[in-house]
Design a protein around this ligand. Structure first.
Ligand code: DAH
Length: 339
């Protein structure tokens, strides 16, 4: 018995383990309920009584040795695990925060959705344009101030290549390529050589609309825009059209919507007029149809154009247009939406 204990002692002194599971296996083998050492204790009753003291002591020493050895191995693995990954692998996962849409994207999608319900499809055109699509085909006279270097970003030295100053250019691209009837809106980014301030920016966004068919009238334009205003600003909204001038529409108008904040009574937002200016519009000038090879005796149409920043500013009460381009998460995450 003593020899057996001695052999086990030197065996246990030398045990090593490659993994945490190995340690558990050793624990079961030596000090588990049915392990070797407990077996020795069962056999203890057969030890002659004069040897019992010596054997008992040796057995206790063996058990202490095995327990200590296995606990040490266990501990070394626990520290190894936490050191190697630097993390507690049993912790629940970090939640992944969802991003939010940019307010300009939300407003753009709202506009697309409203006109989509009236059958308007979406088309896009290039941001780098030529003079023809931005100015000439839209009936801008050669000496028109909008062509001036102060307003337009020209690309290098070629005065024919420029950054579009409005999305009206997409009207021309669509009319050149698709025969009427046309019912479409054109959202996009536009560029103007203007000083950046709280109220204006050199980059902003517009949505242009175009409807061309036989017998399209100014009444169609008015009713379409009234529907749009009620959908975007609320059913109680009213619109008013003020005569205006754009080279590509005749007659032209600017549309105001009744102030969504005070309902028309007058407040800070509408500068006590009761009205908010929203967009420009009009009946497509026959010269524009001619430039696009569309029969201006057969077809009439209306067009409109609005700034997305301006509408977002009014809808959300934003004070500074620069906020849209600074990408400050604290600003951007306030505009969660179904759109
Ligand atoms: N392109 C004009 C602008 O940038 C907006 C506009 C006015 C578009 C009247 C139109 C329109 O289609 O009919 O200020």
């Amino acid at each position: 018995m003593l020899d057996k204990i001695k052999a086990l002692k030197s065996e246990i002194e030398q045990i090593t383990a490659g993994t945490f599971e190995d340690v558990e296996g050793l624990r079961i083998k030596y000090i588990g309920k049915k392990g070797i050492i407990n077996q020795l204790f069962t056999d203890f009753k057969n030890v002659p009584s004069d040897k019992k003291k010596e054997v008992g002591q040796a057995m206790n020493e063996l058990k202490n040795l095995a327990t200590e050895k296995i606990n040490n191995l266990k501990e070394s693995f626990q520290t190894k695990i936490s050191h190697s990954s630097g993390a507690d692998l049993t912790m629940p996962g970090e939640p992944i925060a969802l991003g939010t849409r940019h307010p300009l994207a939300i407003v753009k999608n709202k506009i697309i959705s409203i006109f989509g319900r009236l059958g308007f499809i979406v088309a896009e055109g290039p941001e780098i344009e030529d003079d023809w699509h931005v100015f000439s085909a839209l009936n801008f006279p050669v000496e028109h101030p909008a062509r001036d270097m102060q307003d337009t970003f020209f690309i290098e030295k070629d005065p024919d290549i420029l950054l579009r100053t409005h999305t009206s250019s997409v009207q021309i691209r669509v009319m050149e390529n698709i025969p009427p009837p046309i019912r479409a809106i054109f959202p996009g980014r536009v560029f103007r050589n203007e000083a950046v301030s709280a109220r204006s920016h050199c980059i902003f966004h517009q949505v242009e609309g175009l409807y061309v068919d036989e017998n399209v009238s100014f009444a169609d334009l008015k009713q379409t825009l009234l529907y749009f205003a009620k959908e975007l600003f609320g059913v109680d909204s009213q619109i008013r059209l003020r005569p205006s001038y754009f080279p590509f529409t005749e007659p032209s108008a600017e549309m105001d919507v009744s102030c969504s904040l005070c309902g028309g009574k007058g407040c800070n937002l509408c500068k006590y007029t009761g009205w908010l200016e929203i967009l420009g519009c009009g009946m497509v000038d026959p010269n524009v149809f001619e430039a696009c090879n569309i029969d201006n005796k057969k077809y009439t149409g209306f067009a409109f154009g609005m700034g997305i920043e301006r509408i977002a500013i009014l809808l959300y009460g934003i004070k500074d247009i620069r906020l849209f381009f600074e990408n400050d998460i604290r600003f951007l995450k306030q505009f969660e939406s179904a759109f």
